[in-house]
Design a protein around this ligand. Sequence first.
Ligand code: PEP
Ligand code: MG
Length: 535
Amino acid sequence: MLRMADPLGEPDASPLQGDAAAAKAEVGEALAFVADELGKRGEAAGGDAQAVLEAQALMAQDPSILDDVHAQIDSGVNAERAVYTAFKSFQDILAGMGGYMGERAADLGDVAQRIIARLRGVSAPGVPESDTPFVLVAHDLAPADTALLDLTKVLALVTRDGGPTSHTAILARAKGITAIVGVSEADKLSDGDVVVVDAAAGVVVTDPTAEQVADAEQRRVERLAAASAPLTPGTLKDGTLVPLLANLGSPKDAAAAVELGAEGVGLFRTEFLFLDAPYAPDVASQKASYKELLEAFPGKKVVVRALDAGADKPLPFLTDKNEENPALGRRGLRALRHHEEILRDQLTALAQADAETEADLWVMAPMVADLEETVYFVDLARELGIRTAGVMAEVPSLALMADQVLTSADFVSIGTNDLTQYTLAADRMLGTVAAYQDPWHPAVLRLVAQLGAAGKAAGKGVGICGEAASDPILAVVLVGLGATTLSMTPAALADVRAELLGHTLDEARAMAQAALAAPSAAAARAAVASVSSAS
Ligand code: PEP
Ligand code: MG
């Protein structure tokens, strides 16, 4: 494994110790080293990345910046500080130009950090470079860093901070990277340690045995095979169909989901379209976005969620910023009900988009507590022209009242992220309670079982759209508990498709019973592992 080096602090302004000529020579060596390294990385990367890295290599050798560094050293400034201020003043000029040049300012900052790291004799900050694949360990990773990770190099990601449903984790999964977040012991790992990241068990094994390493290698090979397997519809070994759907946040992601074999959309998070909008979006602009989405799935089911504002997804026009405890506040359907005009506009836009496209549109409300709220939403949706209206099961009260809820709702979709957060009373964004945010907890699974049984009795669909559906073994357990569809980040589709093919419905049910009877999340995993290896 390799650690992500921490950002370097700003060099202090202490005076130059020793000889100016020696300091200049050191700077010269560091500049040449960094330029050479960037050039080599560019050659290895090729394509667009090569052009960017070669431009950075040239920046490291820019004669006017070097003149500035030398002048500062001559006036008694220490070498690190001289590099920092010289690059900073050029960076400010570029940033002031805006546009393409403005964007290069960050590249210049990166070059300066590399030179200072070389002068200090420490690793350059950011994702480490390596010729061979590695497990990346970090305190936390900014979404931008996560999005840029090189999939051919990073085998898995382990972070100390963040919960399993934090954005880093969701983004990593969206890129198909195995990630375990909120590992409090991650700081104890050092560069070069051999570790096995077992996402299925949710553990990082230190000092693994040769057998554990071989197992991990085998799993990697299986994942690669699953990724290139045919894109068949989701099916258990006995032929039971379990449609595999995609979780999307933008119509732009639809094409990639179709390519990965999504059989429709199980959760379209509409609030992602409006995260920066100061005002509620109007009907016409919403209709255009929904049409773009629906057009990508002719004849397929597309489940759109009404705006889920609040807590981790605040929307300025819907969210009360003064709540002390926003996860327990007026969020989801509660906020929409308080601003019914916004909900009416959204449902109207959806019905209009539906009328002009060929997809099978289903609409659901987030954060619904009981039958009364269900009836409110379903009646309003029908009044405004929505044909299929349902609710998400995220609040435990809804799961406990599922039989009643399904007398009104056409379907239920289980949001395991929030259902887990509320069942275990653990903020899903908080690394310190990440261990509680585990959908394998039998308490969560018992609620899923109750929802599954209610759906079966009512003859209505019970889908899963939380992150739990992207854990292949847990996905089988959820089917055993009565889930009729699974919706996930498209990158997870291949692994889940492959796992479903390995189990019959009876086996899935046996695995589910073993999990329900376990006393903890860890025990549920272990119990399921022993049942599934026996079958
Ligand atoms: C969930 O809570 O599981 C869910 C799917 O919704 P979100 O993650 O957007 O809150
Ligand atoms: Mg939710």
